[in-house]
Every structure is written in structure tokens, then in C-alpha cells.
Design a protein around this ligand. Structure first.
Ligand SMILES: Nc1ncnc2c1ncn2[C@@H]1O[C@H](COP(=O)(O)OP(=O)(O)OP(=O)(O)O)[C@@H](O)[C@H]1O
Length: 305
């Protein structure tokens, strides 16, 4: 539904997006990840026709945004929730957007209820909390009932209840067969929400794959083993090809052998085990590992020049 081909954007000497190609499928939530300044917002702005690619292209349903006959019915987007006229009520704001996009007025009430704003429809937007702004932004994105939705950092500044609401909404929208593309810095949040990830660094594609595959890095998963006879057990495990490191708390971190194998070996050698825990790689660890080379700003150690 969203197809980027060799998408490139330069601002003067800065290359914000560099030859990016991906193809987003309907029916899943795709997470868009990258360190600060990686080019996520620029990519989203190009999808929405708010920025012109320097070269390459991006299309929605085969057309570039400018060529969509009824854009609000094709793509809904939440980019900057606060970019709303504060003196208008929520209802008036949505009515104004609906009118401009040729969307029937009854839809305004529907999206207000959908976003949980039915009770504050007549309040001036300027008095809204950040969470209410986010909900209004989402209501606006849903006005045209579009098959494609883009959310740029939708959970920024939200409380746990708001985060849970957005997460559920995004999954429901995908389950209805829509294409949902969402950027976030919150790796744990993405882990709960996205099925697929597109990861970029310095404008270039780093990964485009199911999230489970992205997290599957042997070097990042290990088995934690606590034993009163850790030294002996470590020798046994190393003897059959396990790679063993000992943590500050005395626990062993073992890679190359799975938990059942480690348990069997310990039993065979009469070595007690008090804890045996497979530790899965987190999205955060996988992300840090893959994007290490491409972070734009990195704190330097004291004394570094
Ligand atoms: N209008 C602009 N003029 C000049 N440079 C820009 C402009 N917009 C973005 N950039 C630069 O392009 C690069 C990508 O920025 P972009 O905002 O797309 O990244 P991002 O991944 O969304 O970052 P963040 O997570 O910090 O929002 C950055 O180096 C940024 O400084």
C-alpha cells in the first residue's frame, strides 16, 4: 500500500533520507524505528506530500499523494498533534477538516466517540491536555475512514491508560485490513504493538522484517544460570561448546546451549542449579546493536576530543 523506491531527500549538504526502499503491507502494524535524526519524520512528510523527494518516489496505493483524488479518504495521519487552532472547539475543528475534505458531517460525531472525546466536543482545544490533543489528532486522522494510517510518535507524553488505548486502536485498525505505519522511540512500546519493523539509520535502510526476526540475534539472547558450583558448571558447559561469561552477581550467562541442555548437563555432573532462565533479546537491545554505527549524536566520554 505504501511503496518507497530509492527515496532520497537532501537539505543542502544534509542527506536526510538516502535511497530508501520499502513496501508496507496492509493488515499489520509496521513500526518505523531509528535514532534521532535518522529521517523518520522526513520520510513521513514525503509520504504525505508535505516534502518533495530530491529523487526517487513514494506512493500510496500506486499514486503519489498529490495525485490522490480524495486524500483524506486514502491516508490519515497524525504528525504534530499540537498543530491545531486552540480557539476552536474539538467539534468545530473536526467539522472544518471534514468540510475541506468532502467528508459528511455525521462522521465528526463518530470519530469524537471513537477517540473518547465525545464528552469534551464543545470544549476549546486550547484547554486540552497533551493526551487529549493526541486523541484529537487521531480522530482527525480517522475522519475519512482511510485504509492507510501514519502516526508519528503517537504515544509521546501519554499516560499508561492513553498508551494502552492507542496500542489497542492501532492493532484494531490493522486487524480491519488497514496499513498502519507508526514511528516511535519507545522500543518496548513497539515490541507490544508492531508485527513488522522498518529500521533506518542516517536515512538508510537497516532492516525491513518481522519484529521477531529483528530480535532474533544469538548474541543478544542467552541463558542465565545460577549455581552454587558455578565454576565447575562453567567448565562443563565450555567443554561442550557453550560460551560462558560470569556476571557481577555470580550468575553465568551462557550462549550456544539452550536451557534444557544446560539443565541435563548439570544433572549429569551432579551440580545443583538454583536458577535457569532463558533471556530473550529485547527490541531495545536489537535496536541498539543494529543502529550503533548510525547514531547521529553520541555522548562523548569526559576528556574525549
Ligand atoms: N527542513 C529541514 N532543513 C534542514 N535539515 C532538515 C530539515 N528537516 C530535517 N532535517 C535534517 O534531516 C535529518 C533527518 O531529520 P528527521 O526529522 O527526518 O529525523 P527523525 O528520524 O524524524 O528524527 P527524530 O526522531 O529526532 O524526530 C536530520 O539531520 C535533520 O536535521
Amino acid at each position: 500500500m505504501i511503496k518507497a523506491q530509492d527515496l532520497t531527500k537532501r537539505y543542502g549538504t544534509t542527506t536526510a533520507v538516502d535511497g530508501l526502499s520499502f513496501d508496507l503491507k496492509p493488515g499489520v502494524v509496521t513500526g518505523f524505528l531509528g535514532p534521532n535524526g535518522a529521517g523518520k519524520s522526513t520520510t513521513m512528510r514525503m509520504i504525505l506530500g508535505l516534502d518533495r523527494p530530491t529523487s526517487g518516489s513514494v506512493t500510496v496505493g500506486g499514486k503519489s499523494y498529490q495525485d490522490l483524488p480524495a486524500p483524506l479518504r486514502e491516508v490519515g495521519a497524525l504528525l504534530d498533534a499540537k498543530a491545531v487552532h486552540g480557539a476552536r472547539t474539538a467539534y468545530r475543528h473536526l467539522q472544518w477538516v471534514a468540510q475541506a475534505g468532502g467528508i459528511p458531517r455525521r462522521r465528526v460525531g463518530e470519530v469524537l466517540d471513537l477517540a473518547g472525546l465525545g464528552g469534551v466536543a464543545d470544549r476549546k482545544v486550547g484547554s486540552f491536555s497533551l493526551g487529549m490533543y493526541q486523541r484529537l489528532g487521531i480522530a482527525t486522522a480517522l475522519l475519512g475512514d482511510p485504509p492507510v494510517l501514519l502516526f508519528d510518535e503517537p504515544v509521546n507524553g501519554l499516560d499508561p491508560e492513553g498508551i494502552f488505548w492507542i496500542r489497542t486502536l492501532m492493532r484494531d485498525l490493522a486487524a480491519e485490513g488497514r496499513t498502519v505505519f507508526v514511528s516511535s522511540h519507545l522500543m518496548n512500546e513497539m515490541q507490544e504493538t508492531a508485527e513488522h519493523v522498518v529500521v533506518i539509520g542516517r536515512g538508510e535502510l537497516i532492516a525491513d522484517m518481522p519484529i521477531t526476526e529483528f530480535m532474533q540475534r544469538d548474541s543478544l539472547s542467552h541463558v542465565r544460570v545460577v549455581s552454587p558450583r558455578a565454576d565447575e558448571l562453567a567448565r562443563v558447559l565450555a567443554g561442550v561448546g557453550g560460551e560462558v561469561t560470569r556476571g557481577a552477581d555470580g550468575a553465568l550467562a551462557v550462549t550456544g546451549l539452550d536451557a534444557p541442555k544446560i539443565g541435563d548437563l548439570a544433572l549429569e555432573h551432579g551440580l545443583g542449579v538454583h536458577e535457569l532462565t532463558p533471556v530473550r533479546a529485547s527490541l531495545e537491545a536489537a535496536f541498539m546493536d543494529r543502529t550503533r554505527a548510525s547514531v547521529q549524536y553520541r555522548p562523548t566520554a569526559e576528556g574525549d576530543q
